[in-house]
Design a protein around this ligand. Sequence first.
Ligand code: GTB
Length: 215
Amino acid sequence: MTITITAFERSPDGGKGLARDTRVRWALEEVGQPYEVRLVSFAEMKAPDHLAIHPFGQIPTYEEGSLSLFETGSIVLHLAEQHAGLLPEDRHARARAITWMFAALNTVELPILELTTARIFEVDKPWSEERLPLVKDRVRACLDKLSARLGVADWLDDEFSAGDLLMVSVLLRLRMSGILDEYQNLAAYVARGEARPAYLRAFAAQFAINAPECL
Ligand code: GTB
């Protein structure tokens, strides 16, 4: 059955792979599933046809036959449950990998999103200069613990899993801030994720659509 996902007609990040369709593309590549992409404009995202699939009018979405999904975490979990390659067979190891998926999206991504808001959308506010260091410290408080847990391991729980896929994707958003480079093991962890052939294919596919035209 054909899998169709949605992505920005043109991502505001100019092909850096930070929009969340890259996470779904990466998961699809890891499990070896071919897929099609329906590109949507901001206006199309808010129109009834798209809202019927995504109640909040966002990307990515996932369609496969009569199944429609939204929420990146749910889409990645669905793929990981349907196909080998992203979740271990062992029951406990599988539950731990799913726990890391939630940790990535519910614990680590929250302060990182707050930092993005502070750096980009609040930068012209009179209180921005005072607030930014506080927000950065909240990110560091989280990364201190993640870094301590990862230690010298390659992945969060032995084998690469959907937990790593989401955690690496979330940490990638920090690169521009320079904070990731304060943590040698996390920077190496992200680089390890980015070096996976499945990530490279996913990145290239979104880049082909979003790269600035001058390149
Ligand atoms: N919780 C949802 C999920 O995980 O799927 C969140 C989905 C979401 O935020 N989608 C964004 C969206 O559709 C795109 S990824 N935004 C349009 C809207 O809300 O109207 C977020 C994103 C956007 C832009 C960049 N960028 O330019 O760097 C990076 C990430």
